[in-house]
Design a protein around this ligand. Structure first.
Ligand code: TSX
Ligand code: MN
Length: 624
């Protein structure tokens, strides 16, 4: 060992909290190796306590990274560097020896939209360019965390090393974190997560908003084979809270394939009908479809109740009796703030009034938060400061909150959190719902003919994208299973894995549905009132699961018999004919587009069964 390394290791960082010796040998090795690499000044082993949280929040406040929101109890606002406001897909990679284990080879040299591959050699180089000394002058926090209830057979443990206290306080909300995890975990396996904002001290250039980040060098790498996540340069959301997208979706989807379960980008909800019968359902939607709003639905139909198990991720496994059991691996909601209001999601509004960390929302002069679509009339004398920390007025033309601004809030504060939301065995799933934002052609709801057809429906998912950072205008984007940015391995193999569930002996396969709240009439606006009225769609599914509701086979799946669809008490009339109409030209074009997508993007890795389902759809559509 070179002498300077040896001496720095002997001296070691100051240990501010916790005992290295109290960690399992594997965790201690992981910490020590990365201390040697990143060279932090100090080490803090997180216990997850209230007191630790208070101390870290006070430190962040002192550093000017967050400020207190006096209008609420224990709520805080962070403003990031405007260069660090979202996940960066272009710099997010999966590392495997063979490229094809990460992504299908696209047809004739087009770029894959189903993830990015990096070779192990390239990763080694990227790490050695970024990490040596990257935590100089800073504290390395050791965050032991559990995805899923501590000790549940469906849960998994991770350890995140980070130089960001903002990450620590966020992980405390979004995961089960600290002492309890170490105590129950013992010497088991864990996912190794390393994160640095990439700003060693002294700084080379001044920070913006006191928010350390290094956008030029940002990289989020996953090594599924080693259960490893390596993230550099971004302090934001999915780039830095490594339990969420990186672990619970990308790494977990790979583990799930190996171990015979499913890690999905899905909300989980419980629905109770007026007779007291309860069913659980999961739903996958691309962004801007109101996933969190559905997860916390306030039903308009009398006697119905919806309860929330999770709003973003579901881990699902068939149990001994063949029931598909789901847990929410998360402990909080990291929700998009704009559009959330007392009208669109009163339960979310009630959840975020305390113990919540807001990022990039606007601030009111009376110490509250504000954003587009909050739908709250402010008193005359209250002024607004934008997410960019500038005085703001409606006339500016710019939004007061960043479109990707967030609340980070504990799930157990949700007024309709499900009584079984932390059940270690998970809740039994009876329906899987796919959906998209489709202004044209796609009916409000249909049911897949079979599991195999349902897998095709998930694979063919598309949605209208709002003009987002990395995309152009309003386009209908392909987003299979709402997983496009989150696949941890080759999407073709992912489809085979889904198809293989039908071969499990004794598995009670859930019914699969597709919904679209966003169909528009050519002449006026939305054909469906949405929001709380969506309970009518859940009601139809609920009765389908009980074998009670009428359905008729169509070209695309079973459609509700119009008399079996409950429209009682709807305030405005709904044009069911238009809402459920199938247009041959539209569907022929859809078949063509999906076929092109499969051919160019999934290419050789498309399972034969999925290709067959597309052919079957094509034949049915030609007969409309
Ligand atoms: O979340 C939404 N849901 C699901 C709710 C459980 N949104 C918001 C999407 C942006 C994130 C919706 N928007 C939904 C919906 O069902 N439907 C629509 C479209 C729509 C918007 C407004 C009206 C009707 C439909 N009506 C009025 O504003 C009066
Ligand atoms: Mn999500």
């Amino acid at each position: 060992m070179p002498p300077q390394l040896q001496s720095s290791k002997q001296a070691g960082p100051r240990v501010l909290q916790g005992e290295l010796n109290s960690l399992s040998p594997a965790i201690r090795d992981f910490v020590e190796a990365n201390v040697a690499l990143c060279q932090p000044d100090a080490l803090h082993i997180c216990d997850g306590s209230e007191e630790e949280n208070r101390t870290l929040l006070a430190q962040l406040e002192e550093q000017g990274l967050i400020k207190k929101l006096p209008k609420y109890n224990n709520c805080w606002l962070a403003r990031t560097d405007p260069q660090d406001v979202a996940r960066v897909e272009s710099r997010t990679v999966i590392v495997t020896r063979d490229r094809r284990d990460t992504i299908p080879t696209p047809l004739d040299g087009s770029v894959s939209q189903l993830g990015r591959w990096m070779s192990p050699e390239e990763l080694d180089k990227a790490v050695s360019q970024r990490f040596p000394g990257c935590m100089k002058g800073r504290t390395m926090y050791v965050i032991p965390f559990s995805m899923g209830p501590v000790g549940s057979p469906l849960s998994k443990v991770g350890v995140e090393l980070t130089d960001s206290a903002y990450v620590v306080v966020s992980m405390r909300v979004m995961t089960r974190m600290g002492k309890a995890v170490l105590a129950s975990h013992g010497t088991g396996d864990f996912v190794r997560c390393l994160h640095s904002v990439g700003c060693p001290l002294p700084l080379k250039k001044p920070l913006v908003n006191n928010w350390p980040c290094n956008p030029e060098q940002t990289l989020i790498a996953h090594v599924p084979e080693n259960r490893q996540i390596i993230s550099f340069g971004s302090g934001y959301g999915g780039n830095s809270l490594l339990g969420k997208k990186c672990f619970a979706l990308r790494i977990a989807s790979r583990l799930a394939k190996e171990e015979g379960w499913l890690a999905e980008h899905m909300l989980i909800l419980g629905v109770t009908n007026p007779t007291g019968q309860k069913k659980y359902m999961v739903a996958a939607f691309p962004s801007a479809c109101g996933k969190t709003n559905l997860a916390m639905l306030c039903p308009t139909l009398p006697g119905w109740k919806v309860e929330c198990v999770g709003d973003d991720i579901a881990w699902m496994k068939f149990d001994q009796e063949g029931h598909l059991r789901a847990i929410n691996p998360e402990n909080g909601f990291f929700g998009v703030a704009p559009g959330t209001s007392a009208k669109t999601n009163p339960n979310a509004m009630a959840t975020i009034t305390e113990n919540t960390l807001f990022t990039n929302v606007a601030e009111t002069s009376d110490g509250g938060v504000h954003w587009e679509g909050m739908d709250e009339i402010l008193p005359e004398d209250v002024t607004i400061t934008s997410w960019k920390n500038q005085p703001w007025s409606q006339k500016d033309g710019e939004p007061c909150a960043h479109p990707n601004s967030r609340f980070c809030t504990p799930a157990n504060q949700c007024p309709i959190i499900d009584p079984l939301w932390e059940s270690p065995e998970g809740v039994p799933i009876e329906a899987i719902i796919f959906g998209g934002r489709r202004p044209e052609g796609v009916p409000l709801v249909y049911e897949a003919f079979s599991w195999q057809h349902g897998v095709f429906v998930g694979a063919a998912m598309r949605s209208e994208a709002t003009a987002a950072a990395e995309h152009k205008g309003k386009e209908i984007m392909h987003d299979p299973f709402a997983m496009r940015p989150f696949f941890g391995y080759n999407f073709g193999q992912y489809l085979s894995h889904w198809l293989s569930m039908a071969e499990r002996s004794g598995a009670k396969l859930p019914k699969i549905f597709h919904v679209n709240w966003f169909r528009k009439s050519p002449s006026s606006g939305f054909l469906w009132p949405g929001f709380g009225e969506n309970i009518r769609v859940l009601d139809w599914m609920f009765r389908r699961l009980n074998g009670q509701a009428g359905a008729m086979p169509s070209a695309i799946g079973y459609l509700p018999r119009l008399e079996s669809f409950n429209l009682e008490g709807l305030r405005e009339p709904v044009d069911l004919e238009q809402l459920f109409a199938l247009d041959r030209d539209f569907w022929q074009k859809e078949v063509e587009d999906v076929g092109k997508y499969f051919a160019t993007q999934v290419n050789e890795d498309l399972p034969e069964e999925v290709a067959r389902q597309l052919e079957l759809l094509k034949h049915r559509v030609n007969q409309i």
